[in-house]
Design a protein around this ligand. Structure first.
Ligand SMILES: Cc1ncc(COP(=O)(O)O)c(C=O)c1O
Length: 402
């Protein structure tokens, strides 16, 4: 046997291959395990598995090979180059992962501090959850660290600080290292929605964050073909026991087919994120000069308040930007009706360019006062820049603004 120590393989190598083992003999890629349940060769074996003495699949609501494959890749992605181990669980959607986080961490009487400018349905969930489950939701500007510390000091019941960076749809960035340090001082946990950046561009664990959530529907799948989500935690025991139980009870694991699609997307994630970021920077720079646009929000622009922070926390600035039309709602409606090449839809993270109006679409359910307080105005357009030729994207936006 060779005693030579082998170097760990690189990130693109991990993602682009399916490491085959004796669980999937003879195939090149992992097949779709379209089976609701799994069988045992004997009564004794079945009983050992149910008693937890033998590891084997039991029922696809609990786990299945396609789920395990993408979970392993996600753990490696979020921890790549870091000296730590994490556990990931895949869910049927980003919201299923986010709600599993809240359900497992927050108990009646606890409080959560969150930004007001996060994904609209997360706000909707928190507002609903706080009423129905007796959890206090405290919205704060997480850039104002003094206010965050005052809240943590004054409210002894803060269990979780919930961060989304870059935020949806205003592309604000938050200092993960400072926020995780503050939370630790007051014995609170931290969670980051890493959907916009993906772990290829940003690794929240590097900055001391406890939990990471993703909408896998976006860049991780990458092609707009399915819904999925992830919850990843550095406390592997907590994820395996508490979060896994919630997923099993709620039945919110992603199906074998969704995981198979997700695995195909993960194979090209680094390539796509490089191109999305390059294209978005090109479009952001061009739109910044346009007389009908008051402001472009993109962390890769020098004019962005968080340019330096994004440079520190992120490898590149990602594929999403938003811009504020001087003409407000009227100009936004006109643009939405005039685009031809870009597509009008609420999602993001696909190979083609998608555009939407947060005030009347993704953030419609966020109360107007809260929306406006956090910069989600009637003239704001969110653009998920695809990997097409940039001239085609730009030409379409320019003709639609005219
Ligand atoms: C930042 C962010 N987080 C979470 C979600 C929810 O993900 P899903 O739609 O997969 O439930 C979305 C969806 O748009 C999102 O943009």
């Amino acid at each position: 046997m060779s005693t030579r120590k082998t170097k760990p393989i690189g990130l693109s190598s991990i993602l682009s291959r399916d490491e085959m083992n004796d669980k999937h003999p003879g195939t090149h890629t992992v097949p779709i395990y379209q089976s609701s349940t799994f069988i045992y060769e004997s009564a004794e074996k079945a009983q050992q598995v149910f008693r937890g003495e033998e590891e084997a699949y039991i029922y696809s609501r609990w786990s299945h090979p396609n789920a395990e494959l993408v979970e392993k890749k996600m753990e490696q992605l979020e921890c790549y180059g870091l000296d730590l181990k994490a556990k990931a669980l895949v869910f049927s959607s980003g919201m299923a992962a986010i709600s599993a986080l809240f359900q497992s961490v927050l108990k009646r009487g606890d409080a959560v501090i969150a930004q007001g400018n996060i994904y609209g349905t997360t706000v909707d969930y928190l507002n609903h959850y706080s009423k129905e489950w007796g959890v206090e939701v405290l919205y704060a500007d997480l850039k104002n660290l003094k206010d965050v510390e005052a809240l943590l000091r004054q409210k002894q019941n803060v269990r979780l600080v919930y961060i989304e960076t870059p935020s949806n749809p205003t592309l604000q960035c938050y200092d993960l290292s400072k926020l995780s340090g503050l939370a630790k001082k007051y014995r609170a946990l931290t969670a980051v929605d890493n959907t916009f950046a993906t772990p290829y561009l940003q690794q929240p664990f590097k900055w001391g964050i406890d939990f990471i959530v993703h909408s896998g529907t976006k860049y991780l799948n990458g092609h707009g073909t399915g819904l999925s989500g992830f919850l990843v935690g550095r406390n592997t025991g907590f994820i395996k026991k508490e979060v896994w139980k919630i997923r099993k009870l709620n039945g919110t694991i992603a199906t074998a087919f969704e995981c198979w699609l997700l695995n195909n997307g993960l194979k090209t994630l680094p390539l796509r994120m490089e191109q999305h970021s390059k294209n978005a920077l090109f479009i952001a720079r061009a739109l910044e000069k346009h007389p009908a646009i008051a402001k472009v929000h993109y962390p890769g622009l020098k004019s962005h308040d968080d340019f330096n922070l994004a440079k520190k926390q992120m490898r590149l600035s990602g594929g999403v930007l938003s811009f504020e039309l001087k003409g407000g709602n009227k100009a936004a409606q006109k643009l939405m009706n005039k685009i031809r090449f870009c597509k009008l839809t609420a999602s993001l993270g696909t190979t083609d360019t998608l555009l939407q109006h947060p005030a009347s679409m993704s953030h419609y359910f966020v109360p107007k006062t809260q929306r406006e307080q956090f910069g989600i105005t009637d003239g704001l357009i969110r653009l998920s820049v695809g990997i097409e030729n940039t001239e085609d994207i730009l030409e379409d936006i320019l003709q639609a603004i005219k």
